[in-house]
Design a binder for this molecule. Structure first.
Ligand code: BG6
Ligand code: MG
Length: 218
């Protein structure tokens, strides 16, 4: 029963910060005189900040110097942090607290595996910073998802083989990273987007203790 461990993505799994990322990117796009839809935003989920800007500028067909890009990255993150700084524990997504409590009770370890450089701040804001055995985030990796690096570092910190790690992800790039790491992948969201996941749930409400028990026993 204690063989498996969990690795959680942050944005869109533990908290719904995806909506704040979207707002900040959309505002930046609007300032650059183009629109940016929710559908297009799917391409940015799980993707690093720098890569997100490149994708956004491609969508707007805009070419900028490195210096200008740096300024936009700073601007986007400044706006994003304004939203983050207002966050409280109320923004933890449904089912997550119950699941973490269950894992604690069963002595099942869990880590964070996020592309975000803001992950420690967000976890502190919602009061979950001290709960994880390990936190691996955008500050620790050199290769972004779908590269498996972030999850492989987390597995090492949890002292587990990749095959015994269950990854919970809301992004296509994250599911691909988990699959590339040879881990068990659980996708939260649209099954048309996350079709490569081993398991797909509509939302975190479906991340029940029953479901977790079945995964652990598999
Ligand atoms: C991921 C998000 O978790 O973190 C992406 O899904 C985001 O949308 C990436 O771009 C990097 O986040 P941050 O906080 O370092 O800008
Ligand atoms: Mg995510």
């Amino acid at each position: 029963m204690d063989k498996k461990v969990f690795i959680f993505d942050l944005d869109g799994v533990i908290v719904d910060t995806a909506k704040y990322h979207y707002l900040a990117w959309k505002n930046l796009a609007n300032e650059l005189s183009f629109d940016f839809s929710k559908n297009q935003n799917e391409q940015l989920k799980g993707v690093s900040r720098v890569r997100s800007l490149e994708i956004l500028l491609d969508i707007g067909k805009i070419n900028l110097s490195e210096d200008q890009k740096q300024k936009l990255l700073t601007k986007k993150n400044k706006e994003y942090l304004e939203y983050v700084n207002r966050m409280t524990a109320d923004e933890i997504l449904p089912g997550i607290n119950e699941l973490l409590n269950f894992l604690d009770q069963k002595n099942i370890k869990y880590a964070l595996g996020s592309a975000s450089k803001n992950a420690p701040l967000i976890l502190k804001k919602v009061g979950l910073f001290n709960r994880f055995t390990a936190i691996v985030d955008g500050n620790d990796v050199s290769k972004a998802k779908p590269d498996p690096e972030v999850f492989l570092i987390a597995a090492k910190k949890l002292k587990k083989d990749p095959v015994d790690c269950i990854v919970i992800e809301d992004a296509l790039a994250g599911i691909q990273a988990a699959n590339n790491a040879k881990m068990i992948s659980v996708g939260i969201g649209d099954e048309n987007i996350l079709k490569d996941a081993d398991f797909i749930l509509n939302n975190t409400n479906e991340l029940t203790i029953d479901f977790a028990e079945k995964l652990i026993e598999k």
